[in-house]
Design a protein around this ligand. Sequence first.
Ligand code: FMN
Length: 171
Amino acid sequence: MSIPASLFRQVLGSFATGIVVVTARDADGLPLGVTVNSFTSVSLHPPLVLFCLDNASTTLAAFKAAGHFAINILREDQQAVSAHFARKGRAGDPAGAFGAIAHHIGPHSGAALIENCLGHIECEREALLPGGDHTILLGRVLALSITEAAGTTSRPLLYFRGRYQKLGAEH
Ligand SMILES: Cc1cc2nc3c(=O)[nH]c(=O)nc-3n(C[C@H](O)[C@H](O)[C@H](O)COP(=O)(O)O)c2cc1C
């Protein structure tokens, strides 16, 4: 049975997710990042996470070459950060890769850790796996932290049916 692409997107888009920016350092040592919602935890022993990157992504080659990456979990007020790293072709524009987005370099991964995220996860690449028109990047967690900055929201940015969302009332 062939699956219509529009139905696939519609149904899979009904699975609400958080949003992360995955960062790495390219061959020239410059930081790069891409917005993804295909991030998930995989295993606790050993601690593994994964995300999937489109084979057409201009940043895939750099992620393949880099031995490490970092996950930045976006907060509900970081929609502009998500949009920034969802723009194509920043890999060829190192000066504009981060623009005004404040970050520091993670000591365990060498990848950028974006300020004010809900949490950061620094990883060593464990495996690259084929995933159809995407590549699955499996990472072993080296270090992780949660941000509880005083006076700021600790609510996540969500994605559902092609739109940004915020958490509703708690149950
Ligand atoms: C909320 C959201 C989630 C996304 N999730 C993914 C994803 O899981 N994998 C992916 O390859 N692209 C994903 N994208 C698209 C990439 O962010 C976008 O294609 C990016 O511009 C790729 O740039 P590049 O080709 O320069 O690497 C997502 C975009 C948004 C806004």
